[in-house]
Write a new protein. Structure first.
Length: 122
């Protein structure tokens, strides 16, 4: 899965990335899913998620994005209010691809190879 910040603004720093990972792990746990790999850059995040086939993928994505957006808005309100006039974080769209012919190790390497955002500035 790939989630992109609203207007592709480069808002995600290392502290926010760590918080996003924690939120996504928590949501996955509550959905009986597993966050296999997570990484991101300053304007988007990559997630590799294993989930049961009886779950609706669109519902999981909606819950991941909504929960993360709310958490970011609460924890990083002062930073985000300078960038966004409304309480937004993600675009309404997302990208999902299945990994039928690619090994999990190959996907993990791709996600891990993403540039990490810089640490927060004082």
């Amino acid at each position: 899965m790939v989630f992109v910040t609203k207007y592709r603004r480069k808002v995600i720093d290392a502290q926010m990335l760590a918080e996003l990972k924690s939120v996504f792990e928590s949501v996955c746990l509550s959905w009986n899913c597993q966050l296999i790999e997570f990484s991101g850059e300053s304007d988007h995040c990559h997630l590799i998620v294993s989930f049961p086939p009886q779950k609706r993928l669109s519902d999981l994505v909606g819950n991941l994005k909504a929960t993360a957006s709310k958490a970011m808005g609460q924890k990083f309100e002062s930073k985000l209010s300078k960038i966004y006039r409304k309480k937004v974080f993600w675009t309404s769209s997302y990208f999902i691809a299945s990994c039928g012919s690619v090994t999990i190790d190959t996907l993990k390497k791709y996600v891990q190879s993403q540039d990490s955002p810089p640490p927060p500035q004082p």
